[in-house]
Design a protein around this ligand. Structure first.
Ligand SMILES: [Zn+2]
Length: 415
């Protein structure tokens, strides 16, 4: 099929749906607050489900509140080609994070209806429960249960700060379904694609509308405690100090150096630091801080882990302090399925859309789904790379381009 005859989604309709959904939980500064399993989330879910039913899709809800909407295929034995994302937001979230992927999937279905195109395989659009993890942890809860990372009973027992459980919140909003999580009628997805805003600055800087996502960085998070000795800032000579803050500062610098040594995919961040006693004329006796390491390979993360231990222990010994390092989070690096990554790349090329290969620095539902089904992701730029912010923004032409790539990629697997 040549360029001119490829089916295209309706960009204006997709944009209008994004704005209509963003009106639910809208904040004064142009953002959205639709936290998982709240009344606002119920209204958002109800609207998307209504749109799915109006498009003739058959809706299922699983036991953790994930919603799947299916467009039947012509082959009763074919497993579905799926897409999706999330519609919950951060408390000061934006209109596009997650919502774009779900509504792009819905727009694919609406477009195929308009054009009278039948597919061999069924198509599905999903939205996953509690991706953001702001009210309930763990994050990416619904896709994690779907993938078998944790079981539904564990997830439903998690509580928010008021003691409300996921299970009772699901019941309160009417989204505790009956389908066992991870079961898909007709068998596991033949392929899964997720369209998402990039949430970073790479595509915008490159001036490209499409990112072909080859995988996601693995993550290892640590809690670090440096213990020295509180002492008076005046009478204590420099050589006789056990300054936990000075050692911690050198460790923060080491984290940055270790990440630089793993260019281009290494990331190292210290985003949390507590100083004790935190008094201007006392040499700090204790510092606690976090380390967030990311890299594209487990070998790379292992090197960062070893380099951190060596650096921190050397700094501690030289500074006369003790250091304790505890690993608290681990997400393995994820390489998406070559056939799905290839489909995204070919779709962009067929549509004449400039594109580049990128990796995701953030976690996404697709990373969990990738454990169960061949998976790929499509990124579109967001303004100034800003996300998890009310100012999050994207251009209509980029949103349209991303949904057209999604349409072509899904058709390549479903026809
Ligand atoms: Zn998201």
């Amino acid at each position: 099929m040549d360029l001119l005859h490829l089916p295209r989604i309706n960009g204006a309709r997709l944009w209008q749906s994004l704005m209509d959904l963003a009106a639910i939980g809208a904040t004064p500064r142009g953002g959205v607050c639709r936290i998982a399993l709240t009344e606002a989330d119920r209204k958002g879910r109800d609207l998307v489900v209504q749109w799915c039913r109006e498009a003739g899709l058959e809706v299922r809800v699983d036991e953790i509140g994930n919603v799947f909407a299916r467009r039947a295929g012509t082959d009763p034995n074919a497993s579905a080609v799926a897409t999706g994302s999330h519609i919950d937001t951060q408390p000061s979230g934006g209109k596009f994070d997650g919502n774009f992927g779900v509504l792009a999937g819905l727009e694919v279905m609406r477009t195929l209806n308009d054009l009278g195109i039948a597919t061999r395989a069924p198509l599905e659009v999903a939205f996953w429960t509690n991706e953001e993890g702001t009210r309930f942890t763990p994050v990416m809860m619904g896709s994690g249960v779907f993938a078998g990372e944790f079981d539904a009973a564990f997830a439903r027992a998690q509580t928010d700060l008021d003691g409300v459980s996921v299970g009772s919140a699901l019941e309160a909003i009417g989204y505790r379904g009956t389908q066992p999580a991870g079961e898909v009628p007709g068998g596991m997805f033949a392929a899964y694609f997720e369209a998402h805003i990039e949430q970073g600055p790479v595509l915008e800087a490159a001036g490209l509308p499409i990112g072909v996502v080859s995988g996601a960085l693995g993550q290892q998070w640590y809690d670090v405690t440096v213990t020295g000795m509180d002492a008076h800032a005046g009478p204590t000579p420099l050589a006789l100090r056990h300054d936990a803050m000075l050692a911690a500062a050198r460790m923060v610098d080491a984290v940055n150096r270790i990440a630089h040594d793993e260019a281009p995919h290494g990331r190292g961040t210290v985003g949390y630091l507590q100083v004790s006693p935190n008094s201007r004329n006392v040499i700090p006796g204790r510092v606690e801080f976090s380390v967030d390491f990311r890299n594209l390979s487990q070998d790379g993360l292992d090197r960062m882990h070893a380099a951190m231990h060596a650096a921190f222990e050397g700094i501690a010994a030289a500074g006369g302090v003790e250091v304790g390092i505890r690993q608290v989070v681990k997400f393995e690096p994820c390489a998406f399925a070559p056939e799905c990554v290839g489909s995204v790349r070919r779709a962009a090329a067929a549509l004449g859309l400039p594109h580049m290969d990128v990796v995701s620095g953030a976690g996404h539902d697709a990373v969990y789904v990738a454990r169960r089904a061949p998976t790929g992701m499509i990124f579109v730029p967001c303004k100034d790379g800003i996300s998890h912010n009310e100012l999050e923004d994207a251009l209509p032409e980029h949103v349209e381009a991303g949904a057209n790539v999604l349409l072509q990629a899904m058709l390549a697997h479903a026809r």
